[in-house]
Design a protein around this ligand. Sequence first.
Ligand code: SF4
Length: 337
Amino acid sequence: MEKYRGHGIGLFSGGLDSSLAVLLIMKQNIKVTALSFVTHFGCDFTDRSSCSRDPFPVAKQFGFEVKLVHLAEQFVEIVRNPKYGHGKNMNSCIDCRILMLREAKKFMELVGADFVFTGEVVGQRPMSQYKPQLNVVARDAGLKGKLVRPLSARILPPTEPELSGILDRDQLENISGRSRKRQMELAAQFGLTDYPNPAGGCLLTDVGYSRRLRDLLAHTDPVDFRELNLLRVGRHFRLDDRCKLIVGRDEMENLEIEKLRRPEDVLFEARETGSPLVLLVGSADEAAVQLAAAITARYCDLKRAEAVNITYGHDECDSKTISVAPAKDALLETIRL
Ligand code: SF4
């Protein structure tokens, strides 16, 4: 086989556009290393509800390498304080892209690759994929001239690898806008048949999740990753500034609550009937404990009873049982997150 003409580092979600970007680059006999990012907010292959999918089958089918990069604390920081602001919800897409590209740049330099590329399409998504934003993202990531968008390359200024002849600009695409017609043609040409429909984005684009996250960030700094994981589970209620309550909605969520529970948390349950597991997180005074018990009573199978026995404690050894009236829905609406 002819020697590679160069080495490109691709941002890869496993979705259609980033897969096609990889294939367009590989077609020019360029070695590709794809980076898949993992965050606490989905939009990666660990989260089935997100816009991404398991990247490995595509990589295996077409023979390129995928490396996983966890963004961890850095990502939480940009969500808390994004330079370019939030979108409709807590999604800070421009800062998010910049962060991913900075990581890609570091990797490019580490392995001596020639350029970075993405599956971005001009004008396809609000916020991060309008032309001016694409420039800002490349500049802030320190990749000006070295960032290629193979799907829109011919309607963007030529990049260094195109000018130096590593990449043949004529073989790159000129796609813009939201239609996916050309992408589907390309997929058929490459034999890429199994790709997901585009979805809205990560959990940060979800209204309810964003509300819970805003509350967490307002009450916690630095953020604990366990708390972030809890945001995906159950109904949430803010009892006071120091504590909140999480109510499991089904068996799966009860199991998840058990898994995420820590010794300092207080667990509530109506043991005499069908009951959610209810987790009190933070430091609670007597009023908060009473309210937590009343909310547990409201969501157990005896919610219409005048009083329900609720057992609570850090563990079996220190558990207590109290009798409380189920909380009223009107009250719950005022503290629900
Ligand atoms: S939706 Fe926006 S914030 Fe979320 S992962 Fe995608 S680009 Fe980043």
